[in-house]
Design a protein around this ligand. Structure first.
Ligand code: HEM
Length: 524
C-alpha cells in the first residue's frame, strides 16, 4: 500500500511538472511570436507616425499592450494630431497587429485604390478556418450573396407578418405590470422568432429545438474572436480553429444539432418542390432560395448541407447580433426616457391615419422621428473598444502604395481601418456630439419628409453601415425590420422603468404590460 502511494504521488508530481513546463513553453512561444510580430511590423511601418507611443523602452510593444485599456484614447489622439491633417497614422492594437488608420480626406483613395487590393478580415479569417470550424459552405465561399438580393423581395408588410406572431409567442404579457429583462425578453425573444420566420419559414419557426440550436450556434460563432488567432504562428492556426470549433457547446456541436433538424426538413422541401415543379409561394427567404435552386438544377445549390450552411452563415455572421444589438440600444433609450414613446406614437398615428391599412416603405419613410432615434442610437454607440471599424487586410502580394509625393509601400497582410467612433463624436460633424439627442436628424428645413429619412444613407461622417464597395447590403432590410418591430412594440405595450434605486440611464430591466391597441392601428 505504501509503495502504491509513493508511486502514485511521484507520478502525480512528474505530471504536474510536465504540465507546468508545457504551459510555460506555450506561453513563451506565444509571447515570443507576439513580440517578434510587433517588432517586424514596427520596422515595416516606421515611415508612418504612430499614435500612442511614449518615450520609453520597448515603446511599440508597450503601446500595443496599453491599447487594451485605453484604445479609444489612442485613436482619438492620432485622429486629432494626424488624421484631421490628412495624414495616415498607425494605431497599435492589443492583438499585436498595428493598423494603418485612413484619414477622412483619403476616403476616395480608399474606395478606388484600397478596396480592390484588400479584403474584410472576417472574410479572410472565415475562408481560412472554414474547413475546420465553419458550416458546410462550398470551400472558398464566405457568404452566398444571392440571399441578400432575394431579401429585397420582402417589404415592411412581410416583416409585419413575421413580427406579429413572434411577439404573441415570445412576449405574451398581461395587463398587469411585469418586470422583464430588456435584452433577453423584450428584444431577443420576439426578434429571434421574427428572424427565423423570415429566413427559414413558418414550420421551423415553430420548432423550439431548432431555434435553440440555431441561436446557440450564433452565440458560439460570435465568440470565435478572429483576432485571437493573431497571437499564434500561422502553423498553429488549424489547431487553434479545431479546438475553438470543437469546444463543448462550441459552433460544431451546435451545428450538428441544427443539421439534424434542418437537413431532413430540406430533403422533404426539395422533394415537394420537385412534385410541384417549382410552383411554390415565396413566403420566406428559404422558399425563394429553393425555388431558384430547383430552376437552375445546380447540384451545389440543391445540396441540403450547403443550403443549411448558407443560411446559418447569413443568420450567425450578419443578422442576429446586428439587429438585436441595435434594437437593444433603442429599447434602453425608450425605457430610460418614456417621453420619447409619446412622440413616436403621435408621429405614427398621424402617418397611419393618412394612409389607413397600409404598411409599406413609403409609410416607414415618413416616420422621421423613428428614423432619427435609430440613427442617433447607432451613432452614439461604440463599434468596439478602440473605435476602429471597417477593417481591411491587404491581400495583394505587391502590397499597396499610399498616396502622396513620397508614397510608403504597405506590405501584404497589413490591416487598414477608419477611426469611426472618433468621427461620430467629432463636433465638426455633430453639434454637441457627446450628447444623445434622439431627434438630431429630424431636420426642419426640408419640405420633403422622405428626404430627411436617411438612416440607410451613407456618408464619410456616418459610418455605422460602412461605406464604399463593402457597405452593408442588408441595411434596407435592417431598417424596415427595426422600425416595424418598434412600431408594433409601442402600439401593443406600455413600458416604464423599474421603480426604485436601480432606475438609471442604462437600465437592464423594464416594466411592461399589454395596452389597448390604438384604434388607428389596423395594420395586422
Ligand atoms: C442595424 C443592423 C446592421 C448594422 C449596424 C450593420 C453594419 C454593417 C457594417 C458597418 C458593415 C461594413 C463592414 C465593413 O465595411 O467592414 C456591414 C457589412 C455587411 N452587412 Fe451589415 N449591418 C446590419 C445589418 C445587416 C443585416 C440584417 C444583414 C443581412 C441581411 C447584413 C449584411 C451585411 C453583409 C453581407 C456585409 C458585408 C458586405 C461585404 O462583405 O462586402 N447586415 N454591415
Amino acid at each position: 500500500m505504501r509503495d502504491f502511494n509513493f508511486f502514485f504521488i511521484k507520478g502525480l508530481l512528474i505530471s504536474l511538472c510536465a504540465l507546468v513546463v508545457f504551459l510555460f513553453s506555450l506561453f513563451f512561444l506565444v509571447f515570443a511570436h507576439y513580440t517578434s510580430k510587433v517588432c517586424t511590423n514596427a520596422r515595416t511601418l516606421s515611415a508612418l507616425p504612430w499614435a500612442g507611443l511614449q518615450n520609453e523602452f520597448f515603446s511599440t510593444l508597450r503601446a500595443c499592450l496599453r491599447d487594451w485599456t485605453s484604445g479609444l484614447q489612442v485613436v482619438s489622439n492620432g485622429y486629432y494630431r494626424y488624421g484631421k491633417k490628412g495624414q495616415f497614422f498607425v494605431t497599435p492594437t492589443w492583438w499585436g497587429q498595428p493598423l494603418v488608420t485612413v484619414p477622412q480626406s483619403q476616403f476616395q483613395w480608399w474606395s478606388k485604390e484600397l478596396e480592390p487590393k484588400t479584403q474584410l478580415p472576417q472574410t479572410v479569417n472565415n475562408l481560412q478556418s472554414q474547413r475546420i470550424a465553419l458550416p458546410g459552405l462550398p470551400i472558398g465561399e464566405h457568404l452566398y450573396y444571392q440571399n441578400l438580393q432575394n431579401l429585397k423581395k420582402f417589404g415592411p408588410r412581410h416583416i409585419l407578418s413575421w413580427v406579429v406572431p413572434s411577439f404573441k409567442t415570445y412576449l405574451d404579457i398581461g395587463t398587469e405590470w411585469t418586470t422583464v429583462n430588456i435584452k433577453d425578453e423584450a428584444v431577443y425573444g420576439p426578434a429571434k422568432g421574427t428572424m427565423i420566420r423570415a429566413y427559414y419559414g413558418e414550420t421551423l419557426s415553430q420548432n423550439p429545438e431548432f431555434i435553440r440550436h440555431t441561436m446557440n450556434y450564433v452565440r458560439a460563432f460570435n465568440g470565435m474572436d478572429y483576432r485571437v488567432a493573431h497571437f499564434f504562428p500561422p502553423w498553429f492556426s488549424p489547431i487553434f480553429w479545431w479546438v475553438v470549433g470543437n469546444r463543448p457547446n462550441g459552433p460544431l456541436r451546435n451545428q450538428e444539432k441544427y443539421d439534424k433538424i434542418i437537413i431532413p426538413y430540406l430533403r422533404e422541401r426539395l422533394a415537394d418542390i420537385a412534385v410541384k415543379k417549382g410552383q411554390i409561394e415565396e413566403t420566406d427567404l428559404l422558399s425563394i432560395y429553393l425555388k431558384a435552386a430547383y430552376k437552375t438544377n445546380d447540384p451545389v445549390d440543391l445540396d441540403p448541407v450547403v443550403i443549411a450552411g448558407r443560411f446559418l452563415m447569413l443568420t450567425s455572421g450578419f443578422t442576429v447580433a446586428t439587429l438585436s444589438g441595435v434594437l437593444h440600444l433603442v429599447m434602453n433609450q425608450l425605457t430610460a426616457n418614456p417621453s420619447y414613446i409619446g412622440i413616436l406614437l403621435k408621429e405614427l398615428e398621424a402617418t397611419t391615419i393618412s394612409r389607413p391599412g397600409e404598411w409599406d416603405a413609403k409609410l416607414l419613410h415618413s416616420l422621421v422621428h423613428l428614423d432619427s432615434i435609430f440613427r442617433e442610437s447607432m451613432r452614439y454607440s461604440k463599434f468596439n473598444g478602440f473605435g476602429l471599424a471597417l477593417m481591411r487586410v491587404v491581400t495583394d502580394p505587391n502590397g499597396i502604395k499610399l498616396p502622396g509625393d513620397n508614397p510608403v509601400l504597405v506590405p501584404q497582410g497589413t490591416w487598414f481601418g477608419a477611426p469611426a467612433d472618433v468621427i461620430h463624436f467629432d463636433n465638426c460633424y455633430y453639434e454637441d456630439a457627446d450628447q444623445f439627442k434622439p431627434w438630431r436628424f429630424v431636420s426642419t428645413d426640408s419640405e420633403d419628409r422622405a428626404e430627411r429619412n436617411m438612416m440607410t444613407a451613407l456618408s464619410d461622417s456616418n459610418l455605422v453601415f460602412g461605406r464604399g464597395r463593402n457597405a452593408c447590403p442588408g441595411r434596407f432590410f435592417a431598417s424596415d425590420f427595426l422600425k416595424t418591430y418598434i412600431c408594433y412594440f409601442i402600439t401593443h405595450y406600455d413600458i416604464r422603468q423599474v421603480p426604485g434605486p436601480n432606475a438609471n440611464d442604462n437600465p437592464t430591466h423594464m416594466q411592461i404590460r399589454s395596452r389597448k391597441v390604438p384604434t388607428w392601428w389596423s395594420s395586422e
